[in-house]
Design a protein around this ligand. Structure first.
Ligand code: NDP
Length: 419
């Protein structure tokens, strides 16, 4: 018997809801709470006769601390899965502490208003001290470590695929394959085609903020920043074929570098097609990716939020997306005194995901790990309290759960390395 509450009802949340309902022996009671309640009601309607999970729906504005506390006190979830926006991570963590619930999310905190003077001051300081300029970083959420520890609660940070599974892959490689890891390349390939000239596969605001920012990688104890998209190469992906890959900054680099200080270099690459980059550059050049509000006919409009309203909803891409994703980590290091390379990854098919849960593979590869992480907390298999990323937990039960619930690992002991 466990009670879980999911915040958000977008692409990722809808997959997690399907998967929780498939595992109704663990997720016996599920509350879906989001800004637009009709979306929660629609999925409840679709699932309630196919599962024993008792589904409740609620309207919530996750920016409202008092409303969150009221909801959590009334529903009494053991875990709150924040599958909405990363802007509300801290407020939802506060509400979880207030109401004694575990917490889980899939993306590191970043503020909605990046012009807020207090946040900006801290941000400028961090850019100088650490050397990467992304809006997100884990410091805000790691500050909650003691508070969660003292209450014996877990805040599982970044439990999607990347971040999430990629960190579990690092822990798995260290546990089973290496005495010492020297380098990691995290490769995120989306070989899917949705047929639109331009669309993002997850929340457009977060996606475009991430991709249009400076890139960064970690080497010899330091961050190295590069202009956006300025390092690129090609890689031939199992199940997909050859794709252009671009070096980006990504949040798990920060936590892997912290938890495995012996690793000399960590890089993250993502695939992009020529059309995506051309559209993104053009939108950036005309100011449509700006997060700073402008006055338009007496109204304040945030350009990137207006753009989001024009773009296809990622949750609607499922029926039209064909092809596969391939996401994983390539390692170089030492085992028993000898140099070794190892690649662990998952290949996920957009149409198979759609047939199973009505969503494309980007939402699927995020929603399934979120369900698996929540399950391990609810079953008390992962018990270390605190605000933690995935590297610190035993990777084996998580990788086993992924194998079982839709994201099986593939391995190669002779991978082609990224040039
Ligand atoms: P969507 O935009 O599809 O869904 C976001 C949901 O959150 C919507 O249902 C939205 O409501 C709801 N929401 C937004 N603001 C509020 C609020 N103030 N109060 C309550 N609900 C709110 O996003 P995705 O599902 O694509 O992404 C969800 C999260 O997953 C993001 O943080 C994203 O960065 C992360 N992600 C992580 C990945 C990983 O591998 N780790 C990969 C992909 C995504 P409404 O329906 O009204 O708009």
């Amino acid at each position: 018997m466990s009670r879980a509450l999911i915040i958000g009802c977008g692409g990722v949340a809808q997959v997690a809801i399907h998967k929780c309902c498939q595992l109704d022996s663990v997720f016996t009671d599920l509350c879906i709470a989001s800004r637009t309640k009709s979306k929660c009601d629609k999925i409840k309607e679709e699932l309630q006769n196919k599962t024993k999970t008792n589904i409740t729906t609620k309207q919530i504005d996750a920016n409202d601390f008092n409303a969150l506390v009221k909801l959590f006190n009334e529903y009494k979830p053991e875990i709150v899965m924040n599958l909405g926006m990363p802007y509300q991570n801290l407020i939802i963590m506060d509400a979880c502490l207030e109401c004694n619930c575990h917490y889980l999310d899939t993306a590191a905190y970043e503020p909605e208003d990046v012009d807020d003077p207090t946040w900006r001051m801290n941000y400028e300081k961090r850019v100088k001290e650490k050397g990467f300029s992304a809006y997100f970083d884990y410091s805000y959420q790691w500050e909650y470590k003691d508070k969660f520890e003292k209450k014996g609660l877990i805040a599982l940070l970044g439990c999607g695929f990347d971040p999430g599974v990629t960190q579990a892959y690092v822990a798995y490689a260290k546990k089973h394959e290496f005495d010492r890891i020297d380098t990691i390349d995290i490769l995120d390939c989306n070989g899917g085609d949705h047929g639109y000239p331009f669309a993002t596969n997850f929340n457009p605001e977060i996606n475009l903020r991430e991709v249009s920012s400076e890139g960064a990688y970690y080497e010899d104890g330091k961050w190295h920043s590069i202009p956006a998209m300025s390092i690129h190469s090609k890689y031939n992906f199992d199940g997909v074929g050859e794709k252009d890959i671009y070096l980006l900054h990504h949040e798990e680099i920060e936590s892997i570098a912290k938890n495995y200080p012996e690793i000399k270099r960590i890089r993250f690459y993502m695939t992009f097609g020529e059309s995506y980059i051309r559209h993104m550059k053009c939108l950036e050049n005309v100011g449509m990716l700006s997060t700073t509000p402008i006055e338009y006919e007496g109204k304040k409009i945030v350009p990137i939020q207006f753009l989001k309203a024009l773009l296809p909803d990622p949750a609607s891409l499922g029926p039209r997306t064909v092809g596969k994703t391939n996401i994983g980590c390539i390692f170089k290091g030492i085992k028993d005194g000898k140099e070794k390379t190892y690649y662990i990854y998952n290949v996920c098919d957009h149409q198979e995901s759609y047939k199973e849960v009505g969503s494309q593979a980007i939402s699927y590869t995020t929603g399934v790990p979120a369900m698996c992480g929540a399950m391990l907390i609810l079953k008390k298999i992962w018990t270390t309290p605190g605000a933690n990323t995935l590297e610190i937990y035993d990777p084996d039960p998580f990788i086993e759960a992924l194998d079982k619930y839709g994201l099986p690992k593939r391995e190669s002991y002779n991978p082609i390395m990224v040039k």
